[in-house]
Write a protein of this length. Structure first.
Length: 140
């Protein structure tokens, strides 16, 4: 029984490590996998770049009342400035390195934070980022 619990624990940790970063897909593949965008927030890529630089290791995204919110690794609200969120509010966590990779590969001056039926995606150019983890329960 202890070996089974240990194996489950190891598999869980490995899964968190794989999905904590996110995964970059083609925009076409993301549309097929996740469906149409329901809510979208457009922002200059330079603004998102600045926010990524203000966070360490991870950055978090969500929509609250159709407004895009971005938090740093300590759940401090970066956007919109001057707001706060409850500790129980669920956010989608991506590593800052994978968001940076999306911005570099996408090459567009505009980035979109998108709410789809069951997932939140980030799109720049022809690339879309998904496979976030949810905080809470898994926060860094």
């Amino acid at each position: 029984m202890k070996k089974l619990l240990f194996a489950f624990f190891v598999i869980t940790l490995m899964s968190i490590n794989v999905y904590s970063q996110g995964k970059i897909l083609s925009k076409e593949e993301a549309n097929k996998l996740f469906g149409a965008v329901l809510v979208s927030k457009e922002m200059p890529t330079s603004t998102l770049q600045s926010l990524v630089n203000q966070s360490t290791k991870v950055i978090m995204f969500n929509f609250i009342n159709n407004d895009g919110y971005i938090l740093d690794n300590n759940r401090k609200v970066l956007l919109p400035a001057g707001f706060s969120v409850s500790s129980s509010e669920v956010f989608h966590v991506y590593s800052t390195s994978i968001v940076q990779e999306l911005l570099d590969n996408g090459g567009s001056q505009v980035t979109y934070i998108e709410q789809r039926k069951e997932v939140l995606t980030i799109t720049n150019g022809n690339y879309t980022l998904e496979y976030s983890i949810i905080c809470p329960p898994v926060c860094f």
